[in-house]
Design a protein around this ligand. Structure first.
Ligand code: GRF
Length: 215
């Protein structure tokens, strides 16, 4: 799967609903020159007063709000997709976007939507993943950046980062330590995908041309 066109920047469309710390970590990676050839084209939210949106405005980035309340999912998503296209977005990054995407939206950006999830998938998909992991008593926790497909927290995995669960942890400290890993993992995944040097075999994300095992 060749995604990157090396002669022009890869444009990100960030979708968020809340705090926006993952978005800010991506923005900081770009500012620090750690994601060459990558730029943020637009930050979109379904929540008008999302702190992440305010932070995007402060950074002088283009923003848009598409409120979802009372609207059909497909109609709302069509508006978001039109905005992303108008802004020339190559890669859609879900960063705490608290909405399920319609199948039409997913199909409109095949292998071009990334999500970050605060667990080592396929363990603990869905809400409050860190609390689920802590309550389950896992010894290793972490985060996953993956492509988005039609199923929840399910697409091909691009990057995972693991941490040990400490005796001294509670659900909050664990979530905080996982979040620190998320901030590293998302930029790493964007750099890999933007390089274009990859393909998906079965459901495995691998380096392009890697002979590996046959699927
Ligand atoms: C993160 O834990 C992310 O993994 C999950 O939602 C949270 C968003 O946090 N999908 P933030 O808004 O990026 O700070």
């Amino acid at each position: 799967m060749e995604l990157a066109q090396k002669d022009r920047p890869q444009r990100l469309g960030i979708l968020l609903s809340g705090r926006g710390s993952n978005f800010l970590a991506i923005a900081e990676s770009i500012r620090a020159g750690k994601l060459p050839g990558v730029e943020i084209a637009v930050v979109i939210s379904n929540v008008a007063d999302a702190p992440g949106l305010a932070a995007a405005r402060e950074l002088g980035l283009a923003t848009a709000v598409f409120e979802s309340k009372g609207r059909k999912r497909a109609e709302h998503d069509a508006d978001v997709a039109a905005c992303l296209r108008a802004r020339g977005v190559d890669l859609v990054c879900l960063a705490g976007y608290m909405r399920l995407l319609s199948p039409e939206f997913v199909a409109a950006f095949p292998n071009r939507i990334l999500n970050i999830h605060p667990s080592l998938l396929p363990a603990f998909p869905g809400l409050e993943a860190q609390e689920q992991a802590f309550a389950h008593g896992v010894k290793v926790a972490g985060c996953t950046v993956h492509f988005v497909d039609e199923e929840l927290d399910h697409g091909a995995i691009i990057v995972q980062r693991a941490i040990e669960v400490l005796e001294s942890d509670d659900a909050h400290s664990l979530a905080r330590r996982i979040l620190a890993e998320e901030h590293i993992a998302y930029s790493e995944a964007i750099a890999r995908v933007a390089s274009g040097d990859w393909e998906i075999r079965g459901r495995r994300y691998v380096k392009a041309g890697n002979k590996g095992t046959r699927e």
